[in-house]
Design a protein around this ligand. Structure first.
Ligand SMILES: Nc1nc2c(c(=O)[nH]1)N[C@H]1C(S)=C(S)[C@@H](COP(=O)(O)O)O[C@H]1N2
Ligand SMILES: [Mo]
Length: 203
């Protein structure tokens, strides 16, 4: 066996994300970007789009599309993991950090419920959408986020199963009592950590 073969094989293995611990249990990596929607794709015109913080906040906050676009944005590259077992590595998004939206907000809430055009909801602990863990993303791979993938804007919470990344998101309700969302009510795990394989209630 030539040295060239060995070092090529070694390099190949080191680049294998599965061996780097990036692939959660039960998942496979794919270059595809499947579309998973529980209903039709809503198409809200941008002049009627806004993003709101509601619930237990010291005065509700609302941004028009134009105001939202003027907020500081971040570009992030993250792995995403769908409960239907596909994972996609190194997806790049641009959007507004939830930290930016919550800056200066006083709240006693410790959970949020994301709400969306079309009626989809999903619940998350407040601490899972703060400290650099979640964004309202409006670009994917340098392009405006496609409607089927949640455009004009979606929640991006890459460290949890992708059903928590609510498409067509229109706001966050801050709540002090956790309230299960769409899939969580239908038997999916309340938290959804892919590395703990928290797919369904009881996992
Ligand atoms: N509003 C809304 N958001 C949603 C969904 C949905 O049906 N409606 N599906 C969720 C699920 S189960 C997954 S896996 C991802 C899929 O996102 P994608 O279609 O961009 O791959 O969106 C999540 N966000
Ligand atoms: Mo999903």
């Amino acid at each position: 066996m030539s040295e060239g073969f060995v070092s090529r094989a070694f390099r190949g293995r080191r680049r294998n994300p599965e061996l780097e611990g990036r692939l959660p249990p039960g998942q496979y990596a794919t270059p595809d970007f499947p579309v998973l929607s529980a209903g039709p794709t809503p198409r809200t015109p941008l002049d009627r789009w806004d993003f709101s913080l509601m619930g237990e906040v010291d005065g509700a906050r609302r941004w028009s599309w134009q105001e939202f676009g003027a907020l500081p944005s971040e570009t992030v590259t993250r792995d995403i993991h769908c409960v239907t077992k596909w994972s996609k590595f190194d997806t790049t998004w641009r959007g507004v950090s939830v930290d930016t939206l919550l800056a200066g907000v006083e709240t006693a809430a410790d959970h949020v419920v994301a709400f969306c055009d079309g009626g989809y909801t999903t619940n998350l602990p407040l601490e899972d959408v703060t400290d650099g863990k979640a964004w309202i993303a409006y670009e994917y791979e340098g392009e405006a986020l496609a409607p089927e993938h949640g455009g004009p804007a979606r929640l991006l919470v890459p460290h949890l199963y992708f059903w928590k990344s609510a498409k067509w998101v229109r706001g966050l309700e801050l709540v002090s009592e956790d309230r299960p969302g769409f899939w969580e009510t239908l038997g999916y795990h309340n938290y959804g950590d892919p590395f703990q394989e928290q797919r369904y209630q009881g996992d």
